[in-house]
Ligand binder design. Sequence first.
Ligand code: ATP
Ligand code: MG
Length: 399
Amino acid sequence: YNESFQKAIKVIERIEGYHHQAFFVGGCVRDYLLNRPVGDIDIATSATPEFLQEIFHNVIPVGIEHGTVIVRFEKESFEVTTFRVDGSYSDQRHPDSVTYIDKIDKDLARRDFTINALAMSRHGAIIDLFQGKQDLENRIIRTVGNGRERFMEDPLRIIRALRFSSQLGFKIDETTLKHMKQVKQQIGNLAIERITNEFTKFFAGNYISQGCTYLRDTGVYKYLPVFKDHEQLFHDVASIKQPLYSFGEVMAVCHLLKPSLNISMWTKAWKCSNKVKNEAIQLSMHIDTWKKLGVSPLLVYQLPEYLYESFVRVASIVDPTSPIQLTDLWGIYETLPIKSRTELAVNGNDIIRLFPSYKKGPWINDLLNNLEKQIVLHGLPNQYETIKEWIKWNPPEIS
Ligand code: ATP
Ligand code: MG
């Protein structure tokens, strides 16, 4: 057990101390048995959220209407969910009602796949009501219960099946696959954010090729934002053989493959956060520059450091013939005379003071950009007086 598991064991012990049951459930049991790195640790318990709030000091009611809280314990977060059965899903988004129960069996039955329906006690004893261990050994994704019904109840499970096949490299059971195809139209009713969340993990999977094959053969892609209207683009993306670690990278690749589809449109259609949108814009912009001019110090300067790895990944897809390595970027970074605008020897206020009669406007930023370029590319020394002199000979143009 790693350190997080050790702490989670203490959480379970405390709950058990109050004569309630608590088990590890879901992805952490699956990944533990597979010897994969465990992501977040989910715990299922007979204790109600209210009770958990009494016995733990720091409880965040993230999804209390579904019986889920986050227990903060020794600086870690654990998602703790009360054993429950779901009412019907009339909106295909949330169950209409949830009912707490005091045994785990029906709670496991509401879970999506057999490999996700395993529970484990703090001693490591496995509860396996749906042959999940056998499916783990045979590397198979299979719904708990009738796939048609389970996918109708929550069509996101169709996408989750694809996501797990991409992450784990598991085959999808034939019957489950048939039911995915039968119910796939229902994906259109889902909240886009849920789809995007699963697809981010899908594209980052180590077995992305297999995931894409399923995505194509099931026809599920015909119900996804943008791809549904651009079949060829989907096929081009599906032929990519390597994982992309964020949705920003995915959109940048798509935009570069089909420039007429801009990032704003993508981010609206997939309801991405501004952070992801910004990442996609930065990546596609800098890849464009790189395609025209290669790797220059200015490119390395302007590309935010946190995007270096993404840049290399996207570049290798856009142009597999001219591989660029992460070490190339960092090598150039080391030689840069300045690493960011904050290191520039003049700032916006200095410039305004040099031209007291000019109205404030975009010219200030343009001039700062130009100064950065002069320093990074053309050896202008980064000293206040030298820069002032340079500006005097190259005054900003104002329209
Ligand atoms: P990850 O490693 O990405 O966290 P996970 O299997 O833990 O994978 P989560 O989305 O964290 O996936 O969900 C935790 C568990 O809750 C799942 O393993 C599954 O048992 C159950 N679950 C999650 N989403 C659904 C769903 N839409 N329908 C049924 N069960 C679900
Ligand atoms: Mg999880």
